[in-house]
Design a protein around this ligand. Sequence first.
Ligand code: AMP
Ligand code: MG
Length: 425
Amino acid sequence: MIRVDELQKSIISRVDEYLDIDNPLVSRQRVVLALNDALNHILAVDINANLDMPRQNVSAMDGFALAAQSQLQQGGEFTVIGESCAGTPFSGEILPNQAVRIFTGAVVPEGCDTVVMQEHTTFDQINITDKSQPYSIVLTKPAKVSANIRHQGEEIAQGDTLLSAGKRLNPSDISLLSGMGYDEIEVFSPLRIGLIATGDELVSIGQPLSNLAQIYNSNTPTLKALLSKLPIIIKDYGIVKDVFDETYEAVKHAIEECDIIISSAGVSVGDYDFLTEVVKSLGKINHYKVAMKPGKPFVFGEFATDARKVLYFGLPGNPLSTVVGCINFVRPALWQALGAIDAPLTLHLPAITTANIKKSAGRREYQRGYFEMGEKKLQVTPASAQDSHRIKQLSQANCLIVLDENSVGANQGEQVMIQLFDWVM
Ligand code: AMP
Ligand code: MG
């Protein structure tokens, strides 16, 4: 059985091939979005600076802009002849040993080459009524030429590359782009993701349960939540019965309409698990089963139509298997397929376990845990039972304890690796 890390690598290289321009997963169409709607979308073009930043020499301090060729030593006296405020520059002429009152972000007047912070002058000792211009200040410390000035283009020069195609737009990127005045931005079109739930026992939320054998389809809402930050369009194909023909038609329909299909359940070896058969008859299975717990009967496959390729991920039905499989295989693959060069990290950190952890060698295990900050290190408390149907424990957990294939568990006080759920931050 393939190991988790091998399957992850295999998925990455397959998606890479699909992103090849001659063999596209999706035609790399682009859309223009309002900047305010572009968070988490993937830039389709390089973005260059259309302005210098700062646009002119501006002050980094509240204080005084000092005329060039002035006496900058301690005790130097200046006559303050005007004001430069953010948005309203000083426009007069200035002579040596004259100064202009200036505020942070305001333009340094032509003819000035230094800013001194007001704390390094006698400004605060001057009686408030004597501050009508012109008034005098004295330097209480020597000033330095060019100090406290943010020079034009010092941070960004017009024409600089700010962001590269493939960048997933985060709040700091929005800050950078809006600082440049961009109100619209070109991003890759969202991928169309098909969700199919299978199982005769399933009922959609909002519908009544009519007998004791029925349960609610929780996997579809869970997948929608897990994928909510991705720039995708979800097509929900609802619940499909455990019948070959019905499953076949649903998958065929989804292939026509989607770039990637994700199903839940029906991939085990039960007599009513038809999905693997359906995938084989419509496309091919690249990998079936992975050495992990929960989530062993995972399927990675693909379909080809004349014009397009469609990737397929089959998650096992247990809600926990669905979550673990989605986080570790599906979600990273979707970011990659979207063209993101900086997909979100799945954060792994070391933590000290507060209880013994049982495990047998063979598969990688993802056990539910609750981590918190200990005195110096993180500590993690494993959930008391680790069966893959326990959704209440999943909801109480804030991380997964990742135990590698060879691990035979851990004793209280030992270090283990934990994978943080991204929603705890
Ligand atoms: P299966 O993979 O079809 O063998 O299903 C494994 C377990 O997951 C069974 O107990 C199913 O009832 C349950 N299950 C399957 N699909 C869902 C779903 N969409 N929501 C909640 N539980 C499910
Ligand atoms: Mg089933």
